[in-house]
Design a protein around this ligand. Structure first.
Ligand SMILES: [Cu+2]
Length: 193
């Protein structure tokens, strides 16, 4: 029995290593009209079978803004909100299960675990100009676009997927993308109203 379990465990380790080595990626560019909305875009895979160990991410509040502007996480992950400004900040969202983490000062932090996929606008009740997004995906395969519209989703297991773009103002059709082992699959998007 012990031997069997050891053999099964060894097989699992091999299968995992082989899969990681054979993973591919998806990359390309997103354009937007009007271009001012481009910075609020996330490219993501819609449904990927599997489960992923929960992670903890960080959003800082520094210089009177949330950093990063967009954070992509997987459902079940947590976010630690920091405050590195000399003033109190508040963190709340009206989206999903709607939370309010209260007011907290420099050096303090608040945590929230995301139980449902969706996009959660992050706001501060003290500073109405503060805005960021937490994109909570069904899977970890998502990337916020760069300033020039480029994006790259790494470590994608080979397969065919529906690739989509989230943007709060603009739309673009989903595309089908096939990822081959060790290769970069290209995909371009044009966002519009
Ligand atoms: Cu604030």
């Amino acid at each position: 029995m012990t031997k069997l379990i050891a053999a099964a465990a060894a097989l699992l380790v091999c299968a995992h290593a082989a899969r990681a080595a054979g993973d591919g990626s998806i990359s390309g560019k997103v354009s937007a009209i009007p271009e001012k909305y481009l910075k609020d875009s996330v490219v993501y895979l819609k449904q990927v079978p599997g489960t992923w160990a929960p992670k903890t991410h960080t959003i800082d509040q520094k210089g009177m803004e949330f950093r990063p502007h967009i954070l992509t996480v997987t459902v079940g992950d947590s976010v630690k909100f920091l405050n590195n400004d000399g003033v109190d900040h508040n963190v709340y969202t009206p989206d999903g299960e709607a939370y309010n983490l209260g007011l907290f000062a420099k050096g303090q932090s608040r945590d929230h675990q995301f139980a449902k996929p969706g996009v959660y606008t992050q706001l501060c009740s003290v500073h109405p100009e503060m805005l960021s997004y937490v994109f909570v995906g069904q899977n970890p395969y998502a990337a916020a676009v760069g300033k020039d519209g480029s994006y790259r989703i790494e470590n994608v297991p080979p397969g065919t997927y529906q690739l989509a773009v989230w943007n709060p103002k603009l739309k673009t059709p989903d595309v089908s993308v096939t990822v081959a082992p060790g290769k970069a699959a290209p995909a371009e998007f044009a966002l519009a109203k």
